[in-house]
Design a protein around this ligand. Structure first.
Ligand SMILES: Cc1cc2nc3c(=O)[nH]c(=O)nc-3n(C[C@H](O)[C@H](O)[C@H](O)COP(=O)(O)O)c2cc1C
Length: 205
């Protein structure tokens, strides 16, 4: 599940999704919809068009998607060092799932993009750990668990630094996202095999 205006986070998300599929997972890519109205979006060059293009490709996330997934990878740009409102808005609608524990034990991860190296990508990635903890998810950092993490991203998750021209992610950034996608599948598979995904047990009751 990702939010992106100009495509960098989208590129990381689709790289992670493809790697997860290649690792055997069934994957849904979801994009929370804009909270800003059309007039506000029109003031930012390209936003309306980019949102329309992405929304034609990716459905908006639903509660059913969140409950269906065994692992959820959240991606966001850094906006003044915080996650995008669009993603937060979806998280803020998960009260019923929190109450029922229906995301407990699912594997969670996060990644981010920012314009500058110290523009908040790590802070934003870590900020997503908090809602995952409240939902009882098993938070999975990338650490340095693959060579790709020595070239890009951070121990907390994949990232891209896009500069003021919003450059697309580098191949190294995409490799880190691919590693993150694969790792989510591996660890979720291990938890399921061990019977350690409480929300699944509840489903079976
Ligand atoms: C409202 C707003 C605030 C932003 N704040 C920051 C910031 O604090 N630090 C930074 O490096 N980039 C900042 N950016 C740049 C975005 O992080 C960057 O455009 C985004 O990561 C690109 O991802 P996308 O192509 O997926 O939209 C900001 C952009 C917007 C629109």
């Amino acid at each position: 599940m990702y939010y992106s205006r100009s495509g960098a986070v989208e590129a990381l998300a689709t790289a992670a999704a493809k790697a997860a599929r290649d690792a055997g997972a069934e994957v849904r890519v979801r994009r929370p919809r804009e909270v800003a109205d059309a007039a506000a979006m029109a003031k930012v060059e390209g936003w309306t068009e980019s949102a329309a293009r992405q929304n034609a490709l990716y459905e908006a996330p639903t509660h059913e998607d969140a409950e269906w997934a065994d692992a959820i990878l959240f991606g966001t740009p850094s906006y003044f060092g915080a996650m995008a409102t669009e993603l937060k808005n979806f998280l803020d609608l998960l009260g019923p799932q929190w109450k029922r524990g229906s995301l407990a034990g699912k594997v969670g991860g996060a990644f981010a993009a920012a314009s500058w190296p110290h523009g908040g990508s790590e802070v934003v990635t870590l900020s997503l750990y908090a809602p995952m903890a409240h939902l009882g998810m098993v938070i999975l950092p990338t650490g340095y668990t693959d060579e790709a993490m020595l070239e890009a991203g951070s121990p907390y998750g994949a990232s891209a630094i896009v500069g003021k021209e919003n450059q697309p992610p580098r191949s190294e950034d995409l490799d880190a996202a691919r590693h993150q996608g694969r790792r989510m599948v591996t660890i979720a598979g291990a938890l399921i095999a061990a019977g350690e995904m409480p929300c699944r047990r509840r489903d079976a009751d």
